[in-house]
Design a protein around this ligand. Structure first.
Ligand code: UDP
Ligand code: MG
Length: 321
């Protein structure tokens, strides 16, 4: 450990089946770190990979005394893997970065500069998503429009998890107890001075993305339900409007019957109304169910994750001796 560098920088890297890129990632990261006036520690979080990711990590740890490995007991998903890594990080500043080299490590230097300027959260903002499909771009656009209307915190668009957090920001995140963790939202929710730095997202170096459209849909629902109860209110409003509408329609029917008698027409309107109300009710119950399910999950108060093995960096190990 270099005694002239006093501040500690933690790098948290969640990895799930990243055997192909990890080595190259480590090389690029360490090249950047050597130009930084801080003591680094690199925490690789193995999120229950079923390929050789852990072996590659161990090899890196053998070669580099700054590497720590947090091996989770199974795959918990990126949001939880990140939370786990943040809890282990000791740094005065903590950088979160993907293992697949989509986040250029070179940006870390700029993150640190802004951190020194007093920002608690410095996040990367993608300017180019050219490698993504049109469908993904469109759905992402709609999602951000939607959530910005509904959520009270402003969740910045086109920002991934690539970011630097100050110690107090990390403490704030670590103090959050919820098990449904939409990290992008939580990072915004904690407040503190935040700063965006734009960068060009690179295509994945190797391996493939873990996100399916179903996964993204679930993430979107997670984001909305974690930060807004407006969908519940929308059901109420729709309920009131339809109730009012049917009351007026009822009045109209009574009038018609009084004036013209009752020749039993109106089968189509009956069916349309039944189907419409049935649909509205099912959607409302579904919305309620989404929230209820989350309440159910939160009340269980399960630990977020379990650790199979924690291998501290060898420099941290030296300190403990
Ligand atoms: N990741 C993880 N656990 C998971 C899925 C992904 O730790 O269950 C990691 C993955 O190894 C990578 C990062 O999260 O370092 C981003 O994943 P990915 O590249 O699949 O997402 P995308 O870049 O397509 O949003
Ligand atoms: Mg990626």
């Amino acid at each position: 450990m270099d005694e002239t560098k006093t501040e500690l920088l933690s790098i948290v890297v969640p990895a799930y089946n990243e055997e192909e890129v990890l080595q190259e990632f480590h090389q690029r990261l360490t090249a950047v770190l050597s130009g930084i006036q801080m003591n680094p520690e690199i925490i690789y979080v193995n999120d229950g990979s079923n390929d050789k990711t852990f072996e590659v990590m161990s090899k890196l740890r053998d070669m580099d005394s700054r590497v720590a490995i947090l091996d989770l007991s199974r795959n918990f998903g990126k949001e939880i893997a990140l939370s786990a890594g943040l809890q282990k990080a000791n740094g005065d500043a903590v950088v979160i970065i993907d293992a697949d080299l989509q986040h250029p490590p070179e940006l870390i230097q700029e993150f640190i500069k802004e951190w020194k300027n007093g920002y608690d959260v410095v996040y990367g903002k993608r300017i180019d998503r050219s490698d993504e499909t049109v469908l993904k771009k469109v759905t992402s656009y709609i999602f951000y429009r939607f959530i910005q209307q509904m959520a009270k915190v402003k969740i910045p668009e086109n920002s991934g998890d690539f970011r630097l957090l100050s110690r107090r920001a990390v403490n704030a995140i670590n103090s959050l107890q919820e098990s449904h963790r939409f990290m992008k939202g939580l990072f915004a929710w904690i407040g503190y001075p935040q700063k965006a730095i734009v960068y060009k997202v690179e295509p994945r170096k190797a391996g493939k993305t873990k996100w399916s459209y179903w996964g993204l849909w679930n993430l979107a629902i997670e984001g909305i339900t974690s930060f807004s109860t407006i969908p519940l209110r929308i059901s109420t409003v729709i309920g009131i409007i339809t109730a009012l509408g049917s009351f007026l329609y009822g009045l109209y029917l009574i009038m018609i019957t009084l004036i013209y008698g009752n020749p039993v027409p109106g089968y189509p309107s009956l069916i349309v109304l039944i189907l419409f109300l049935g649909g509205v009710q099912l959607v409302s119950i579904g919305v309620m169910g989404e929230y209820l399910g989350r309440v159910f999950n939160e009340t269980k108060q399960r630990p977020l994750y379990f650790v199979n093995n924690y291998l501290p960096s060898r420099q941290e190990g030296d300190e403990l001796k």
